[in-house]
Design a protein around this ligand. Sequence first.
Ligand code: F6R
Length: 260
Amino acid sequence: MEVVIAPAEELAVLAADAIEALLRRRADTVLGLATGSSPLKVYDELARRHAEEGLSFAEARGFMLDEYVGLDADHPERYRNVIATEIAERVAWPAERVQGPDGLAADLPAACAAYEEAIRAAGGVDLQILGIGTDGHIAFNEPGSSLASRTRIKTLTKQTREDNARFFDGDVDRVPTHCLTQGLGTIMDARHLVLLATGRHKAEAVHQLVEGPVSALWPATVMQLHPHATVLVDEAAASRLQLADYYRQTYASKPSWQGL
Ligand code: F6R
């Protein structure tokens, strides 16, 4: 696992560089998309590169991590709509090439199985962007999630609903109680995991993710078992890392040809 500690703007550029390198190598790259605040600067940087440098998403495929259950099709916080606004429409990504789990399906387990099959049929995810919850979730795999889990319905914790109330006018009662989420096993199938975290409120989760024992109590710790995982954090999110100096030293002496 590689840990890079840098200001948020630099982290966004690093993540965008990795995505651009993939897209330039193979136009039909498969990207895994996260919602929430953490990837927003990356999406801004990709939108800039699309507008100013012609970076094309026309043949790429996108798979979202998760979706709330039961939000109306036109609800602005429905993740499908968030992804359309934050990234897909800004880079002229054809709508049919970006998919998410269907939180409005009449048969939710069947929708989850179909989503797993769609990812498989696309050849799997090349690079998965991730954020982390203050309780250590990735996607919406809350504490206690099976480390081998696949796409399924989950109940959101009180903590996650409180954290996300800011997107619902601060009203926790308006945050859905359930979601469909890629499982930890699904995420672990992606070929490269790139997690972004900024702010002191993420420091404990980041410490556990990188340095804690692998445990369902801190679901993101499963990433320690991934052969290609990159953790991009600012100083505040890195503030509880025991080996922060070593991570800094390693990154400072990294050969420039290596990339993330
Ligand atoms: C969203 C997702 C979540 C968020 C996490 C952090 O698709 O999968 O795991 O990444 O809740 O959210 P932010 O980035 O808003 O702090």
